[in-house]
Ligand binder design. Structure first.
Ligand code: PGA
Length: 247
């Protein structure tokens, strides 16, 4: 059985003060113990959020990292720095990073390898644009992202990776993929993992992301190949995020 994983991607939101308020709001509620809950917070808030979630089951994540341990990479944050803050998860290759910060399947691959080498579990994002979907290229695009992203990654590491299928047209737009379409692509991704890693396909967790809200989480999570959600907007409101965890 795959443990469901609901991860909040705060993106470039929340000062330290706001971050603590949000965590305090979440902590006022009972959280479903069977669901793994993660908050992927801005670098500046990691240290304070780490303190704020102590004693809870909420886990700590970052939103990006460089693959090198140190060096002349102005503005970047290394896996060693994340290790020091006991960051357990790191989002890798989010479509916003691919789109605005020129990340490619090659850099995503380096980041996945580095994260794993440093004991950080990558949440690897893949997904197609609306144009690609309309041209019937969605599967081809996503398969390519998975195959290139996972190049050289050994079968022993598969269990430490989470994949997030996020169709770009559904992110922050209020348009969710239908639960059937989302599930079909997650199943297709699982098949692709099967081609690369055999039976590990049944262990890897695959999230859906893109306008996940309290009113659609239950249906999405009821699908056979969707093991969780990567959530932007709705993770910024304590009540909504709690509803997602307690779907
Ligand atoms: P959204 O973002 O939930 O606001 O659509 C999801 C994401 O980008 O991870």
């Amino acid at each position: 059985m795959r443990t469901p994983i609901i991860a909040g991607n705060w993106k470039m939101n929340n000062t330290i003060k706001e971050a603590i308020e949000l965590i305090d709001g979440i902590k006022k509620n009972e959280l479903n113990e069977e669901v793994e809950a993660v908050v992927c917070v801005p670098f500046t808030a990691i240290r304070d959020v780490k303190e704020a979630i102590k004693g809870t089951k909420i886990k700590l994540g970052a939103q990006n990292m460089h693959w090198e341990e140190s060096g002349a990479f102005t503005g970047e944050v290394s896996p060693l720095m994340l290790n020091e803050l006991e960051v357990e998860y790191c989002i890798v290759g989010h479509s916003e990073r691919r789109q605005y910060f020129s990340e490619t399947d090659e850099t995503v691959n380096k980041k996945i390898k580095s994260a794993l080498a440093h004991g950080i579990k990558p949440i690897v994002c893949v997904g197609e644009t609306l144009t690609q979907r309309e041209a019937n290229k969605a599967e081809e695009v996503v398969k390519n992202q998975v195959v290139k992203g996972f190049e050289g990654i050994s079968v022993e590491d598969i269990n430490n990776i989470v994949i997030a299928y996020e169709p770009i047209w559904a992110i922050g737009t209020g348009k969710t993929a239908s639960s059937d379409d989302a599930n079909a692509m997650c199943a297709f991704i699982r098949e692709t993992i099967g081609e690369l890693y055999g039976n590990e396909k049944d262990n890897i967790r695959i999230q859906y992301g893109g306008s996940v809200k309290p009113n659609n989480i239950k249906e999405l999570m009821g699908k056979s190949d969707i093991d969780g959600a990567l959530v932007g907007g709705a993770s910024l409101k304590a009540d909504d995020f709690v509803k997602l965890i307690n779907y």
